[in-house]
Design a protein around this ligand. Structure first.
Ligand SMILES: Cc1cc2nc3c(=O)[nH]c(=O)nc-3n(C[C@H](O)[C@H](O)[C@H](O)COP(=O)(O)OP(=O)(O)OC[C@H]3O[C@@H](n4cnc5c(N)ncnc54)[C@H](O)[C@@H]3O)c2cc1C
Length: 371
């Protein structure tokens, strides 16, 4: 194809920084670089029209930790990595709110509740035993008083105890993405959808080859491709699908705020007079280790069953359902990968299942690495 003078000059001209992936990490990395170097040409590309992996498909939990997930993570990683990841999430949440504004992203500090039923009463006992120790570490790490509190009263069916985290909140995923996208556009960052990177070649500068046969040149390449990173480089990342259902509007919602259950495998919240419920990935862990953005009957049926049994206590119509793809550690490590892989080529990926808040910290860390 012959490109027009205008395309060559304004759309595909060489960049100083070319970011692959228009998710929360890619967009915020671009914003940080453009704010630091206003004269630099910063371009973000994505294989889809917009960031279509996890960033527009998540549940909008502004979360950083729940107690049974911490205990589980401590079995798979070092104490240092577990608490460093929590700290990155917590500080990321503060950055996100400060930079983009609570009103713009519809942030509401309703707190979160982890529920325990008879099925996981052993986990409840373990959580109660560890509560004080974890709170002490978190008060040193995050400067927060008593992050977790135990309560034994709850109106939800089958619940034998709850652990509350009043420092978490919920946001509107659509508004968050839209706000960040517009912010990037207003700074003069080039946002180009429909370009899938296949590979690149490094000489005096880097040439990126795309499936669409449009080659782009850049001085620095940053892969913010999360779950899809293994298609480009060999890193400890495995794609894991997450699925969500949203109920019809209800006159009286049975819950308000954020809820977690079963080591965070099930999570639900209120949104616009509806209940949003996601997870159940552990119900078919092999089937859900995939990067296919489609829903599966097995998981959707399990979510519907859980919604009626555990949340509403009665049948409820489902208005919509979808899936998204998370980037998890094959090794079960959750700390994000932020590194230089070759001269002028960087990776910022593996955001896991609590990557919304974390994204602001990862974008800041990768920008610092580029300095
Ligand atoms: C169902 C679900 C619910 C979730 N709920 C929450 C939640 O409530 N709270 C929370 O904190 N986190 C949640 N998460 C996790 C969170 O959404 C992610 O961790 C976060 O959005 C990751 O952002 P990202 O920018 O790293 O990746 P992504 O948003 O996945 O962006 C990566 C982008 O890279 C693009 N890309 C990949 N390969 C290429 C290529 N070769 N060429 C061009 N483009 C490419 C993709 O198209 C994609 O747009 C959830 C995730 C899912 C799936």
């Amino acid at each position: 194809m012959n490109f027009s003078y205008w395309e060559k000059e304004y759309l595909i001209s060489p960049s100083d920084y070319l970011i692959v992936g228009m998710g929360l990490v890619g967009l915020q990395t671009a914003i940080n670089l453009k704010e630091k170097y206003p004269k630099a040409i910063v371009t973000v590309i994505d294989r889809h029209g917009w960031g279509l992996g996890a960033s527009t498909r998540n549940a909008g939990f502004g979360c950083f930790a729940n107690i049974s997930e911490i205990l589980d993570d401590l079995k798979n990683d070092t104490i240092k990595n577990v608490y460093e990841t929590i700290s990155k999430r917590y500080h990321g949440l503060i950055k996100l709110r400060k930079k983009f504004g609570d009103d713009n992203i519809d942030y509401q500090s309703k707190g979160s509740i982890e529920i325990f039923t008879h099925k996981n009463k052993n986990e409840l006992h373990e959580a109660i035993d560890s509560l004080q120790g974890i709170n002490t570490i978190l008060s040193q790490e995050l400067d927060l008083k008593r992050v977790f509190t135990y309560k034994n009263n709850n109106s939800l069916p089958n619940v034998i105890g709850t652990i509350h985290n009043d420092y978490e909140g919920q946001l509107n995923t659509g508004k968050l993405y839209h706000t960040i996208y517009k912010y990037a556009q207003n700074l003069g960052i080039n946002l180009l959808g429909g370009l899938e990177v296949l590979n690149w070649e490094s000489n005096a500068e880097i040439t990126i080859f795309t499936r669409q046969q449009i080659n782009l040149r850049t001085k620095n390449l940053i892969l913010c491709t999360n779950a899809f990173t293994p298609n480009l480089v060999d890193e400890d990342i495995s794609p894991c699908r997450g699925q969500i259902i949203v109920s019809e509007k209800m006159e009286q919602l049975p819950i308000e705020g954020l809820y977690h259950y079963d080591n965070g495998y099930y999570y639900w919240r209120d949104i616009d007079d509806r209940i949003l419920l996601g997870g159940a990935r552990n119900y078919d862990s092999i089937g859900e280790t995939t990067n296919k953005i489609e829903t599966s009957d097995v998981i959707i049926s399990e979510l519907k069953r859980f919604m009626e049994k555990q949340i509403t206590g009665k049948p409820v119509a489902i208005e919509c359902q979808w899936s998204g793809i998370m980037g998890m550690g094959k090794s079960k490590q959750k700390i994000p990968i932020i590194k230089k892989i070759e001269p002028h080529v960087y990776v910022a990926a593996r955001l896991g299942g609590m990557g919304v808040a974390l994204s602001a910290s990862v974008a800041e860390d990768i920008q610092k690495l580029l300095d």
